[in-house]
Design a binder for this molecule. Structure first.
Ligand code: SF4
Ligand code: SF4
Length: 463
C-alpha cells in the first residue's frame, strides 16, 4: 500500500489581535454577586481569558470578541445582566460572497490546521445561493470509526493532470508506443495566481515553498517567476497571450498554462516541440462564450488541461444574470461526456472556491482539480478589504510578513482542507477522489428538488 499522504503542521498563532464574532456585554451595576456565578461555568473559560486580555491590552481597537456564542451564561444569569453582541469589526470583513464567517473559519484553520467546530450547532438557512443550493450525500456517516481521518481504511485523494489514454493499442505482442504524460498530485488542488485586485502582498516565494511542502502545484506568472529551477516540479508556468516563450524554462518544466487567444494552439505546438514531455493547458475565462470555448478547445489533440476560471465570487464574468461556477462546470463536464472525450482532458476549475466543502462539490459537478487563490491570502489574516493596492495601510499588515509564518499558515490551511475532503468522502462512502468526479448521484440540488416537488403544481420557477 502506498504511503498515506500527510502534511506536517504546527500551530501558527495570528500576528494581529483576533477579530472574533461574539462578545458578551455585562451590565454589572445590578450584579447580585451570586456564589455560583454563571461566568465561572463557561466551558471555554472566556471570562478569565477576557480579564487577562484586558490587563495586557495594547490596542484599543481590538476588544475581546472570542465568545463561542453558546448562550449558556446569557440564559442562566439569574438577573438577566448578560447579553450577546456581534463585533462590528467582524461584520466589516470580506464581502457578500466572502462572508465574515468564511474569513474567520479560514483564519482558524490556518492557525491550527484543524477542522473547525462551531461549538453551537448550525444556525444558517437550509438552502442558499451558489454552493449552498447543493447537498452532499452523507449516508455513510454512521460508520465513523472506519472512515474519515481517524479511519483504518485508506481514502485516496490523488489525482492526475494530463490526457489519459482512452484505449491501449498493441503492435503484435508489444504495447504500441503511444503513451500519455501525466502528473500526479496528492490532492485535487492547485494554487492559482493571486487575483490582480489584491496587488499589495507579493506572495510568490511563500506560495512556491508551500507548494513544495505540500507536494502540490502553484501556477506562477512566468513574468514574475524568479527563475529558480529547483522548484519547477511544483510549478505550472503561466504564459500570457502574446508573450514570448521562455525556452530554457520550458525545457525543464512539467506543466505549462497559457492564456486563451488566437495563437494558443499554435503556441502549444511550439512548446511541445521544445519539450514533448510537458503537460500543456489553456486558461479559459468563463465569460458568456467561455463554456462553448472550453468544449471546443477540449477537442484539440494538443491540449491536455483546460483551466476554467469564474470571477472571485464564482460567477460568470461580465454577465448581468451570471451563471455560477458549479453549474457551468457541470455543463462542460456533461458536454465532454457526450462527445466521448471526458477522460482525455483534465478540467481545473477556479473562482469562488472558499471552503473545503466547495472543493468536494465542485468535483462532484465535474472538475478534476480545483484552483484556489484567495483562501491562501486570507490564511495570512487578510480582511479582503476593497482597498488592496500599494500605498494604503493594510489592516492585516501584509506588506511585511515573516517567511515561516506565511508558509506555516498556508500549509496549515491546505492540511485542514485535505482532512475535510477525507471526512466528506468518508461520509459519502467514497474511497477514491477520482471516482467522485462528476458523480452527481452523490448530491442533491435544490433547483431539481424544487422542480420535482412543486413544479407540477406551480410550474417552473422564473429566474
Ligand atoms: S455565551 Fe457561552 S462561550 Fe460565550 S461567554 Fe457565555 S458561556 Fe462562554
Ligand atoms: S487586508 Fe486588505 S489591503 Fe491587506 S492584503 Fe488583504 S485585501 Fe489587501
Amino acid at each position: 500500500m502506498p504511503e498515506k499522504y500527510h502534511i506536517k503542521t504546527q500551530p501558527v498563532p495570528p500576528r494581529r489581535p483576533r477579530i472574533g464574532k461574539y462578545g458578551v456585554v455585562d451590565w454589572r451595576e445590578d450584579c447580585a454577586r451570586c456564589h455560583n456565578c454563571v461566568k465561572k461555568a463557561c466551558v471555554y473559560d472566556r471570562y478569565r481569558q477576557e480579564a487577562e486580555y484586558i490587563r495586557n491590552l495594547s490596542d484599543v481597537d481590538a476588544l475581546f470578541f472570542d465568545c463561542m456564542g453558546c448562550f449558556s451564561c446569557v440564559q442562566d444569569c439569574t438577573k438577566g445582566l448578560l447579553c450577546m453582541s456581534i463585533n462590528p469589526e467582524y461584520q466589516k470583513l470580506g464581502n457578500s460572497y466572502w462572508t465574515p464567517d468564511i474569513i474567520k473559519t479560514t483564519w482558524l484553520q490556518a492557525e491550527t490546521a484543524k477542522i473547525p467546530v462551531s461549538g453551537a450547532g448550525y444556525r444558517g438557512p437550509f438552502s442558499g445561493k451558489g454552493f449552498d443550493s447543493m447537498w452532499t450525500d452523507m449516508s455513510e456517516i454512521v460508520r465513523p470509526t472506519r472512515d474519515g481521518i481517524h479511519g483504518r481504511e485508506y481514502i485516496s485523494t490523488s489525482v492526475d493532470i494530463g490526457r489519459k489514454l482512452s484505449y491501449l493499442s498493441f503492435n503484435g505482442e508489444k504495447k504500441a508506443e503511444k503513451s500519455s504524460n501525466l502528473i500526479t498530485i496528492p490532492m485535487p488542488l492547485v494554487i492559482d495566481m493571486t487575483s490582480p485586485a489584491y496587488t499589495l502582498p507579493q506572495l510568490n516565494p511563500l506560495i512556491l515553498q508551500t507548494a513544495v511542502n505540500t507536494g502540490l502545484i502553484a501556477i506562477i506568472d512566468s513574468r514574475k517567476w524568479d527563475g529558480n529551477t529547483s522548484q519547477l516540479a511544483n510549478v505550472a508556468l503561466y504564459l500570457a497571450d502574446g508573450q514570448d516563450i521562455p525556452k530554457e524554462a520550458i525545457k525543464k518544466a512539467r506543466l505549462i498554462e497559457i492564456a486563451d487567444g488566437i495563437k494558443a494552439i499554435e503556441n502549444i505546438k511550439a512548446i511541445k516541440k521544445i519539450n514533448p514531455q510537458i503537460v500543456a493547458g489553456i486558461r479559459v475565462e468563463l465569460t458568456s462564450t467561455g463554456i462553448e470555448r472550453a468544449i471546443k478547445l477540449a477537442e484539440s489533440e494538443e491540449i491536455e488541461v483546460i483551466h476554467i476560471t469564474a470571477d472571485a465570487c464564482g460567477n460568470e464574468i461580465g454577465a448581468k444574470n451570471p451563471r455560477f461556477i458549479k453549474d457551468m462546470t457541470r455543463q462542460i463536464h456533461t458536454a465532454l461526456i457526450e462527445k466521448g472525450i471526458r477522460d482525455e482532458i483534465t478540467l481545473i476549475a477556479g473562482g469562488g472556491i472558499g471552503l473545503p466543502e466547495h472543493m468536494a462539490k465542485e468535483i462532484i459537478c465535474g472538475a478534476d482539480v480545483i484552483a484556489i487563490d484567495l483562501p491562501l491570502l486570507i490564511a495570512l489574516e487578510c480582511h479582503l478589504c476593497a482597498n488592496c493596492k500599494p500605498g494604503i495601510t493594510c489592516p492585516a499588515k501584509l506588506e511585511k510578513i515573516d517567511f515561516d509564518y506565511g508558509i506555516g499558515r498556508m500549509t496549515n490551511l491546505i492540511a485542514a482542507w485535505h482532512d475535510q475532503l477525507i471526512e466528506v468522502m468518508g461520509a459519502m462512502g467514497m474511497r477514491e477522489v477520482r471516482r467522485l468526479r462528476g458523480d452527481v448521484g452523490r448530491a442533491m440540488f435544490f433547483e431539481n428538488l424544487e422542480e420535482e416537488t412543486f413544479g407540477k403544481l406551480f410550474g417552473s420557477r422564473k429566474n
